[in-house]
Design a protein around this ligand. Structure first.
Ligand code: TMP
Length: 201
């Protein structure tokens, strides 16, 4: 018995947070046990690191290292025990975000990130990843409507253009794992695309 590991990704303002409860409900309706969690975060120390990452002043390298430090705690304390118990893990962001934000966005060498991924994850990869994709201008217009922006949300459009391209490269390199959703559509249109994913049936 082993659970299934699902991650949800996208640039800020892509709308993934609005659909996480829908995805969770859909999995539970199919009779599955589900743990909903997030990165950075998901553990007590991970949430403290999240606060530093979203609000502190950090170099790009320190940011990448802290993301993986939080991830290590999360994997050991939450993700692996849940999967071992046959529970589905629905995780709001994971390592694709590090390649997109710290790699493509901030310019940290991808080989360094790949070495950390290999060290920390020891082969653990999401079974399925849902990537909410949309043009940067649409995402920015949406996030302008919400609360006070954090360090990432305050970045300029060209940063998010690189992050989006980084995500799309990850998706293209692993199309069996990563399902790209057109998040520029209406909520009904997004829901219809999610409902068509075979692991959400
Ligand atoms: P959230 O607002 O979707 O919870 O994500 C928090 C921010 O953290 C978001 O702007 C993306 C950023 N992030 C990274 O830069 N690298 C990572 O590895 C993760 C997991 C998140």
């Amino acid at each position: 018995m082993k659970g299934t590991f699902i991650t949800v990704e996208g640039i800020d303002g892509a709308g993934k947070s609005s659909f996480l409860p829908w995805i969770e409900h859909r999995l539970r309706a199919g009779g599955r046990e589900v743990v909903l969690t997030r990165e950075p975060g998901g553990t007590a120390v991970g949430e403290r690191l999240r606060d530093i990452l979203l609000h502190g002043a950090l170099s790009a390298d320190a940011e990448a290292l802290l993301m993986f430090a939080a991830r290590k705690e999360h994997i050991d304390a939450v993700i692996l025990p849940a999967l071992a118990a046959g529970t589905w893990v629905l995780c709001d962001r994971f390592t694709d975000a590090t390649f997109a934000y710290q790699g493509a966005g901030r310019g940290v060498d991808e080989r360094r990130l790949a070495a950390l991924e290999h060290w920390i994850q020891r082969g653990l990869q999401p079974d399925h990843t849902i990537l909410f994709d949309l043009p940067v201008e649409v995402a920015r217009a949406r996030s302008a409507l919400v609360r006070r922006p954090d360090r990432f949300e305050s970045e300029q459009a060209d940063f998010f253009t690189r992050v989006r391209a980084g995500y799309l490269r990850r998706a293209a390199s692993d199309p069996k794992r990563v399902s790209v959703i057109d998040a520029s559509r209406t909520p009904d249109g997004v829901e219809a695309q999610l409902a068509a994913l075979d692991f959400l049936r």
